[in-house]
Design a protein around this ligand. Structure first.
Ligand code: GLU
Length: 509
């Protein structure tokens, strides 16, 4: 038998912004496809029109693009199975629902919401699990309990109906999952799920299975929350006569809260102060704005690297992976069975590593955008120098400003605690003498400044502790920062002298 071509899909429903767990699912699908030389599809599952959220589909696509998760087939990239948006494939599903009815695997159900509610109440009173299944089906209004004539009459009269799957009674359904192994469930525990609605739309289950079949999907890699749907999906493949073409399944463990158990939610992000969405999301209904990794200042490659390791491990100590390296190393065998706790500090660590890894020019160009906003223009070579001096102290490009603003603007205030402790009565005189010495210095390079400061301390007997902190306060406004000679060399003689004189004037004795 010839090997089946690997074809996987990410199949989000555009019901809101994509959670980072969803991005991870897309990423694993993408890595798997690339590693196997297969295809990665994006399919928009928008059959539930009541849950449609404007902007969500665009958001999903923009998120994937930001991460570099590019689809081979999908919206905007039509392939042999277009369209890839289920609402545009609407006409296609009805015949499969009908095929299932004809083969006795599905039936028409005419129950009104009131009748369904009455059934639920009755079951509850009898303390049995209320579900539409082999035991309750006969008591309900459907084509298994009504005569063929009555069913036809109701259909012809335009009575609203749904099509339900006829889940067999007491049958052991055995399924294989690439991550969980063999999974078994007794069909009596399952209900007769709705497959097709009276509005002419299929439900998720039918559309998902039909499309996976038609799009020749070889592996379904999706979140663990879909594991309970697997028995129905397997039964659908069997009932439609597609068992041979049935994809392999891999259900990914959940992303968990950083503290405690349970699925990582938007609320955890709000509570602990980290984004749970890749991009910022402006909710069109509530007007609420949720933060995103991109807008928070994360590099896309750092974000992807961090996500890849939440649930998958390479089996080595290596933590930093480019997309290419992830593709080379990824395998479903190394995806764990248990959920992974999301670690916000680790996410920041990844960004820091990527910041260190990037060359200074690239970081300088990003920081330059922020400098322009602040109307602090400097030649890019100079910005690059600043970046090299403070890079290891920051996690995000925008934090460079906090560590380096004094390279661009003179201090407007002086750290009070340092002033109190280190600005002594004789400090202004010491600094005035220093200005005199600096005035004579032509070469303002780091080496020359180093020598000049040493000579000054030697000839005046002023200790380094005293001189350096006062000087730093004058230039930076605080008691900490990168190497002082580097700062002086960067600012140049005139600016250094101006700042010292300014500090002496402002702080006095
Ligand atoms: N539309 C489903 C979702 O929103 C897809 C689940 C699947 O991959 O089968 O997650």
């Amino acid at each position: 038998m010839s090997e089946r071509k690997v074809r996987v899909r990410f199949a989000p429903s555009p019901t809101g912004p994509l959670h980072i767990g969803g991005v991870r699912t897309a990423l694993y699908n993408y890595l798997f496809a690339r590693k196997q030389g297969g295809d990665f599809l994006l399919r928009i599952e928008d059959t539930d029109q009541t849950r449609f959220v404007p902007g969500a589909e665009e958001y999903i696509m923009e998120s994937l693009k930001w991460c570099g998760i590019n689809w081979d087939e999908g919206p905007g990239k039509d392939g042999p199975h277009a369209p890839y948006r289920q609402s545009e494939r609407k006409e296609l599903y009805r015949k499969y629902a009908e095929q299932l009815i004809e083969s006795g695997n599905a039936y028409y159900a005419f129950d009104t919401p009131e009748e369904l509610e009455a059934m639920r109440k009755k079951m509850e009173a009898q303390k049995v699990n209320a579900q539409y299944d082999a035991t309750t089906r006969k008591e309900m209004r459907n084509s298994t309990s009504l005569s063929a004539e009555e069913t036809q009459r109701l259909l012809a009269s335009g009575e609203p109906y749904v099509v339900r799957f006829k889940m067999p009674e007491n049958q052991e359904i055995v399924m294989e999952d690439l991550i969980r192994g063999t999974v078994k469930v007794n069909s009596s525990l399952l209900d007769d799920k709705v497959l097709f609605k009276s509005d002419g739309m299929p439900t998720y289950h039918l559309a998902n299975v039909v499309d996976d079949y038609l799009m020749e999907i070889s592996h379904v890699i999706r979140g663990e929350e879909w594991l309970p749907s697997l028995p129905l999906h397997v039964m659908l493949y069997r009932s439609l006569g597609w068992e041979k073409q049935m994809p392999a399944f891999a259900h990914l463990p959940l992303l968990l809260k950083p503290d405690g158990n349970g699925k990582l939610s938007k609320r955890d992000g709000d509570r602990l102060g980290f984004p749970v969405f890749p991009l910022m999301w402006n909710d069109p209904n509530s007007g609420e704005v949720s933060s995103g990794y991109r807008e928070t200042g994360y590099f896309a490659d750092a974000f992807v690297n961090m996500l890849a390791l939440l649930g998958w491990n390479p089996g080595t100590e290596q933590e930093i992976f480019s997309m290419e390296e992830l593709i080379d190393t990824f395998s479903l065998e190394r995806v764990g069975k248990s959920g992974s706790k999301f670690d916000p500090a680790k996410a920041i660590w990844f960004n820091h590593q990527y910041l260190l890894k990037k060359n200074n020019r690239e970081v300088a160009q990003l920081f330059d955008i922020l400098l322009k906003d602040k109307a602090c223009h400097q030649p890019i070579e100079k910005v690059e120098k600043v970046v090299s001096l403070v890079k290891d102290r920051v996690n995000f490009v925008h934090e460079i400003w906090d560590q380096a603003h004094f390279f661009f603007i003179p201090p407007s205030s002086y750290d009070e605690k340092t002033v109190e402790k280190k600005w002594k009565e004789d400090t202004p005189d010491i600094l005035k003498n220093l200005v005199e010495a600096l005035q004579k210095l032509d070469d303002f390079s780091v080496a020359s400044l180093d020598k000049a400061l040493h000579d000054f301390m030697e000839s005046t007997g002023v200790g380094a502790g005293k001189l350096m902190i006062a000087l730093r306060l004058s230039l930076v406004g605080a008691g900490m920062g990168p190497d002082l000679k580097e700062i002086m060399a960067y600012l140049g003689k005139d600016e250094v002298i101006a700042r010292i004189e300014n500090a002496v004037n402002k702080l006095g004795k």
